[in-house]
Design a binder for this molecule. Structure first.
Ligand code: NI
Length: 168
């Protein structure tokens, strides 16, 4: 397993729309293991392949406190069950240090492939539903800062660019 480098906003590669996974094979499973290791090390509760510069529709998440609920979604398709929006202070490993309130549907159903390539459908609510939608956004080249006002987004962008220059 390996800890992969996480791309950070405003890296243009985060804007790539990921392609469906054609076949779930050994390579896919290595990527899944690396995504989990990278996510747990960060630490974070969700990570999309896009964030490690792999543009395939695959994401991992674990919202438990003790790494006991690893979940893999390959080629996920979401349906909103309840249109009612809930607010949550979201953060993102690609936008480190920033948390902002975002509104999203609170109950969704998702159909995806698991790490063996089998199709499953699951209903998610609360934080799990929020996290899944946030990660699927990554696969579409979207970030949570896109839901903020341009002014707020610009402020975060400038601060992160400054931080990147400092690190370079
Ligand atoms: Ni994120």
């Amino acid at each position: 397993m390996a800890i992969l480098e996480i791309l950070e906003f405003p890296d243009p590669r985060l804007r790539t729309r990921a392609e469906p996974v054609a076949e779930v094979d050994a390579k896919t499973r290595t990527l899944i293991d690396d995504l989990f290791e990278t996510m747990y090390a960060a630490p974070g509760i969700g990570l999309a392949a896009t964030q490690v510069n792999v543009h395939q529709r695959l994401l991992v998440m674990d919202i438990s406190d003790d790494q006991s609920d690893p979940q893999v979604y390959i080629n996920p398709e979401v349906t909103v069950i309840d249109e009612q929006l809930g607010e949550y202070d979201e953060g993102c490993l690609s936008v480190p240090g920033y948390y902002e309130t975002v509104s999203r549907p609170q109950r969704v159903a998702v159909t995806a492939l698991d790490r063996d390539g089998n199709t499953f459908t699951r209903e998610l609510d609360g934080l799990a539903a929020i996290c899944l939608q946030h990660e699927i956004d990554h696969l579409d080249g979207k970030l949570f800062v896109d839901y903020l006002t341009p002014l707020k987004r610009q402020r975060i962008r400038k601060k992160l660019e400054k931080e990147h220059r400092r690190r370079a």
